[in-house]
Design a protein around this ligand. Structure first.
Ligand code: SF4
Length: 522
């Protein structure tokens, strides 16, 4: 559901093997900007790059700002964009788009995070995608050693641990550095990294919670959170970075190597359901095709008799469109755009605080499709339920629909995410507000009882509500290892890491004692 959950950062890295003059202006800066535009879906709060250029006094230099990529790089103003990219021209670089799951929205919290040092291999910059679940423990460890976190950010903490790995006179190999931090960190932590010697690295954490891919060709080497950011640089050759692997560019040699064992995989199911660009491949599975299969699966689970002309299927744009089309196709109904998303709103401060006003700003009603119809609204997920409720009210009040039914491609979300997705308390989740205490404490691969689902549907204001089953979700993603290769923690309460489980217990205690605030990371 647009507006309910925010995306959670994207990272990129580039190495251009040929002389800089053979590439468009800015070289790596130019390519990074293009890649970040493709990953804008992963974060709209800020964007930034760090590039390396041995001809520059400032060997690595970072440019970052609040705003969309097009605003940060002024891509619509040719002279300005050219000046920015030329100022940061280089053959190597890393990039980042950010949404805040922890810490502030200010420019200083934007990434990449650069840490200056007089020695070249200790002067580095990095971008991060994920969330460190044992942040509170590691923060305490730093504070005990007289560190002070200015921004209280996990990124800042990672910076100190990277720095600690490079103490002393002896340079440590990059794979050793990543291996050591992977023994300390619990959670999701994909990274892109660069230092003032010109070493570039991109790594995927050993569980592979967040996606990462790479491309190695004769004139372009890159890594990115999503394949869409790399596809335009080569017809073929974009590959999945396996959990525990890294792409390393050092002294102009390029290799993909394992830095840590991956004892198990825990790919975030939400990447396929909602976050990732529909044109991306994640772990060799197409996001679009997965969403299509989810729609087919919803149709198979349908109990309504929908064989008259007054039924229509309407997707909540944009993420639910493939599923709505597949659902409609399977069931024999038209899938029509009853809601048209305004693509030009972007981030705005003029939309007003009222949720209904936000909905009216984001969507236009297409009454020609929905008036006097029995509408089946297909959405990707319901998290807190506030946006769904406002959307349903909008459709009923202004769309004059006859009936309104809702079908959701993600099973009910019942547990917080401690791995970088913005849903961090038990009480904020609508599925929990309509569950008994016994249901709330239940952990495991179980679907929510129908009475709880009906109660949520009533609260949202629809005539009927159905969620995807857990089995249906796992089948639609279709990984070889099935559910054992997925993180499904926000659906089942079973966390793939020790600190995920620790934070779940803490969150439940806080919820039961009425002490929940908006964050349970600490
Ligand atoms: S808890 Fe949910 S949203 Fe978070 S990583 Fe796991 S599957 Fe993804």
């Amino acid at each position: 559901m647009p507006g309910e959950v925010k995306d959670e950062c994207g990272v990129a890295a580039v190495y251009l093997p040929r002389p800089l003059k053979e590439y468009p202006f800015g070289g790596a800066a130019y390519y990074l900007c293009k890649m970040l535009v493709q990953m804008q879906n992963r974060g709209q709060v800020s964007a930034g790059i760090t590039t390396f250029n041995p001809q520059r006094q400032q060997l690595i230099d970072t440019y970052k700002k609040r705003g969309m990529v097009s605003e940060v790089f002024a891509t619509r103003i040719e002279g300005k964009a050219r000046a920015i990219l030329q100022r940061y021209a280089g053959n190597k670089g890393i990039g980042h788009v950010r949404y805040t799951t922890s810490g502030g929205d200010d420019e200083g919290s934007a990434q990449p995070f650069e840490r200056h040092h007089g020695r070249k291999w200790k002067w580095f910059s990095f971008g991060f995608n994920g969330n460190i679940a044992n942040f509170s423990e590691l923060k305490k460890d730093l504070e005990d050693r007289q560190y002070h976190l200015v921004r209280n950010l996990d990124t800042e903490m990672i910076m100190h641990f990277l720095e600690k790995e490079q103490l002393g006179d002896k340079k440590k190999p990059m794979d050793k550095i990543f291996k050591n931090i992977s023994n300390i960190f619990d959670g999701a932590y994909n990274m892109s990294y660069i230092n003032a010697e010109g070493t570039v690295a991109a790594m995927r954490d050993p569980l592979g919670i967040r996606p990462m891919s790479y491309l190695i060709s004769d004139d372009f080497v890159g890594a990115a959170s999503e394949t869409v950011a790399l596809n335009k640089f080569a017809e073929n050759g974009v590959k999945t970075m396996e959990p525990g692997e890294m792409l390393l560019v050092e002294n102009d040699s390029v290799e993909v190597k394992r830095y840590a064992k991956s004892k198990k995989k825990a790919h975030c199911m939400f990447e396929w359901v909602y976050f990732a660009n529909a044109a991306s491949m994640i772990d060799e599975r197409s996001v679009y095709q997965t969403r299509w299969r989810l729609g087919e699966e919803l149709a198979r689970q349908e109990y309504l008799k929908v064989n008259s002309d007054d039924w229509v299927v309407v997707p909540v744009p944009d993420t639910a469109k493939p599923a709505a089309d597949a659902y409609a196709h399977t069931i024999g109904l038209p899938s029509m755009e009853g809601l048209i998303r305004n693509r030009y709103v972007g981030r705005t401060f003029i939309e007003g605080g009222d949720r209904m006003e936000k909905i009216r700003e984001k969507f236009n009603l297409n009454k020609s499709v929905i008036k006097d119809k029995k509408v089946i609204l297909v959405d990707d997920s319901i998290v807190r339920g506030n946006t769904s409720k406002a959307l349903v009210e909008f459709l009923r009040k202004y769309g004059k629909v006859k009936e309104l039914h809702m079908r959701v491609t993600c099973p009910p979300i019942r547990s917080p995410c401690f791995y970088g997705i913005d849903m961090s308390t038990i009480g904020e989740l609508i599925a929990n507000r309509h569950s008994s205490k016994e249901q709330l404490n239940r952990v495991g691969f179980l679907d929510l009882e129908q009475d709880a689902v009906d109660s949520i549907g009533k609260n949202i204001g629809v005539d009927s509500l159905r969620y995807m089953t857990l089995e249906g979700l796992v089948k639609s993603i279709g990984l070889d290892g099935g559910k054992k290769d997925l993180c499904l923690a926000c659906l089942t309460g079973e966390y793939p890491t020790q600190w995920g489980e620790t934070l779940r217990v803490k969150a439940l205690e806080r919820f039961e004692r009425g002490l929940e605030t908006t964050r349970t990371y600490e």
